[in-house]
Design a binder for this molecule. Structure first.
Ligand code: FPP
Length: 225
């Protein structure tokens, strides 16, 4: 969800105002995904690297997250949205963890859009954590190195029960992966939008989905026909 900082700078506002506006875009796009029949939406809300931002910005982001979790509970229920989270959740402030756990529990039986928040998330960190779990299992004799394959490895990632993304939308024209879902994006289609995240509207989402629907996905195989 890039571009919050630039959106604020363009208006002579503090970066945190860009994040506040970005949180409104989150609400808009969640609602639009639900209405358009998207099954899963994963938002990169806070990366492992974001902890190195100024403390005031980190605090503001955590406060916005908590505000979202409490303030949007009713909306999530009304829209039949199931909330999930990936990342090193134990790194978050205790109050955020509590609100997150409550929202996840409350919405767990919802059957519409699954909204996955990536929080204190890094793709490399996730791969390291999965490897650690597997090494622990191997050390205690629960599995052997010979058994390891893509499927077994994927079962130890935070996304074990989630499908790989079909489409990655990157806002604000950035052309980097920035440590996002490194394993899971192997065959994902990319869509780069020049729009800054706070300006991202349902129409931009529709454009991205329309572009995706024109792509021919081959997963490394030869095209049919
Ligand atoms: C990147 O833009 C954005 C973030 C690091 C934070 C994203 C957070 C939100 C949109 C709001 C809180 C989240 C939820 C789920 C309510 P940037 O700050 O790097 O912007 P820049 O690239 O223009 O500097």
């Amino acid at each position: 969800m890039d571009g919050n900082g630039r959106w604020a700078r363009e208006r002579g506002l503090p970066r945190t105002e860009g994040h506040r506006e970005g949180a409104l875009a989150v609400q808009r796009i969640c609602a639009a995904c639900g209405e358009q029949g998207v099954d899963f939406l994963t938002l990169f809300a806070f990366s492992s690297e974001n902890w190195s931002r100024p403390q005031t910005e980190v605090k503001a982001l955590m406060a916005l997250l908590e505000e979202f979790l409490v303030g949007q509970r009713e909306e999530l229920m009304q829209r039949n949205i199931r909330l999930r989270a990936i990342g090193r959740i134990a790194d978050l402030p205790a109050s955020c963890q509590e609100q997150l756990a409550q929202s996840i529990e409350l919405t767990r039986h919802n059957s519409g859009l699954t909204l996955v928040l990536a929080l204190s998330y890094g793709g490399r960190e996730e791969i390291v954590d999965a490897t650690r779990r597997l090494m622990q299992k191997a050390a205690s004799g629960q599995c052997s190195p010979a058994e390891l394959n893509n499927a077994l490895f994927a079962q130890h990632l935070d996304t074990a029960d989630l499908p790989d993304p079909d489409l990655l939308i990157r806002s604000s024209g950035e052309l980097r992966l920035s440590n996002f879902l490194l394993w899971q994006l192997s065959y994902t289609e990319f869509y780069i939008s020049p729009v800054l995240w706070p300006d991202f509207e349902e129409s931009h989402l529709r454009e991205a989905i329309a572009a995706y629907s024109q792509r021919q996905r081959r997963f490394g195989a030869v095209p049919e026909g």
